[in-house]
Design a protein around this ligand. Structure first.
Ligand SMILES: Cc1ncc(COP(=O)(O)O)c(C=O)c1O
Length: 441
């Protein structure tokens, strides 16, 4: 062993020791009913995440590097897709996915300003933000209240000659009706972006969600299925979209050399582009108005360790869902989310909606649970159109709405969800069931 290797090993051994002293007691803490807080989500990690992180910090490469490449390769393998692009958040993944559709390289299928993108108003804001930021027009379709996803019977009504894409999430891990959405997109030649940020590990007809459409997106923010602190990814099987996403993620450049590498194409000074002088350095030729959405290799290092554990996380989420479902299914005051047919969800949360039998409000239930140290969440924005960010948006110019969004409003008013993340043991799940039942009684 060289001196360098020996020093590194000592540091990594000390990192493990630190984890065991400082973090392990929290990760493995016993649950005390009524005293322990039941968070809706949280990081689940051990010494390996910290060791990879330290290892990458000692390399001090800092930007996209070996761990990033490994993560992209491993996630591609897990999802069985050809290309994955690591980015710095799920919101950035949505930004990159949507903006890729605006590339002139897509010719007649390019999404232009004023074109329409079909989506839903119940969900996370940054699924629709890129559409608005670019100047395309979101068209909001209502939800259905059985699986809490887009009401596919409304899709044809949403269509117009300007429709170019559908961009929607798989709500809290439950796949939307992919067959119906995909058939609609194929029939009308529309792009499909699957916001898979809350559904990594879910499958539909045995195939991972996020890989049915043209592009899928993930988030690795701490509450999600796995984490790297801040992080996200896009994935695709489409060679043209992969070329565009690489360019747009990395400043809009035409060149595809990795950081620190020159002349991958072998023709760096031998090509012609636009109105540039012949032989202009390919490294500084730009084919898109792009971004820089890359992660640091330290974030990716944490992700690599999380991905190694990921299949076990998914199994625990499924088991926890079943436990909550079985414990609450007889309550006539609550309508519980139903699994989308033909799917096997990697659940993000456990969604409940008040029925007409409920003699209480959603907020009363939420307050009771919070008072008993159980964290609750609404379905994010509820109905995004009712938020202040829409105050200056003009209906039928900046956005369109199909019908009345009655179910979307029902979700905004009467739904909430609780967690089921892998850090929860049986005792925490039983405590949640007990508290919900107590409140209703
Ligand atoms: C469905 C969905 N899309 C996108 C995002 C954004 O991800 P990030 O927080 O990593 O930006 C979230 C965040 O929770 C989400 O739930």
């Amino acid at each position: 062993m060289t001196k360098q290797e020996q020093l590194k090993q000592e540091i990594l051994d000390k990192t493990k020791e630190y984890y065991e002293l400082v973090h392990k007691p929290q990760q493995t803490q016993e649950f005390v009913s009524g005293t322990s807080r039941v968070n809706y989500a949280g990081r689940v990690f051990d010494e390996v995440e910290m060791q990879y992180l330290v290892d990458s910090s000692l390399d001090f490469w800092l930007t996209y590097g070996d761990y990033s490449k490994k993560f992209e390769k491993e996630l591609s393998r897990y999802l069985n897709v050809r290309w994955t692009f690591l980015v710095n958040s799920g919101s950035s993944a949505n930004l990159l996915a949507f903006y890729s559709l605006t590339s002139p390289l897509l010719k007649e299928r390019q999404v232009k300003r004023g074109d329409e993108v079909i989506t839903v108003a119940a969900g996370f804001p940054t699924t629709i933000t890129p559409i608005v930021q670019y100047g395309a027009v979101p068209v909001f379709v209502d939800m259905e209240l059985t699986h809490f996803n887009i009401d596919t019977t409304q899709l044809e009504k949403a269509l117009s000659p300007k429709s170019k894409a559908v961009m929607i999430a798989h709500t809290l891990g439950n796949p939307f009706n992919i067959k119906a959405v995909k058939a609609f997109c194929d029939k009308h030649n529309l792009w499909l972006i699957e916001d898979n940020c809350d559904a990594l590990g879910s499958t539909y007809e045995g195939k991972p969600t996020g890989t049915w459409g043209d592009i899928g997106t993930s988030s690795f923010y701490p509450p999600h299925h796995m984490t790297m602190g801040e992080g996200g990814a896009t994935y695709t099987d489409n060679p043209l979209l992969q070329k565009i996403m690489l360019s747009m993620r990395d400043w809009g450049r035409d060149c595809w050399c990795e950081s620190g590498v020159d002349n991958t194409c072998g023709k760096r000074f031998g090509m012609s582009f636009g109105n540039l002088p012949k032989g202009y350095d390919h490294k500084y030729v730009y084919s898109h108005f792009g971004f820089n959405l890359k992660v640091s290799d330290m974030q990716a290092a944490v992700g690599v360790a999380q991905l190694e554990k990921f299949p076990s996380f998914v199994e625990i989420r499924k088991k926890n869902f079943k436990k909550l479902y079985d414990g609450l299914k007889d309550l006539k005051e609550l309508s519980l989310v139903q699994t989308q047919p033909n799917s096997d969800p990697s659940w993000f949360g456990f969604m409940m909606t008040l029925t007409d039998d409920a003699k209480f409000t959603r907020n009363e239930l939420a307050e009771y649970l919070e008072k008993n140290k159980i964290q609750t969440r609404n379905l994010f924005a509820g109905n995004i159109i009712r938020h202040p960010l829409f105050d200056t948006m003009d209906l039928n110019k900046d956005y369109r709405v199909v019908g009345e969004l009655v179910n979307t409003d029902k979700i905004m008013n009467d739904s909430l969800w609780i967690g089921l993340y892998p850090g929860m043991g049986n005792d925490a799940l039983e405590y949640m069931i007990k508290c919900v039942r107590e409140f209703i009684k």
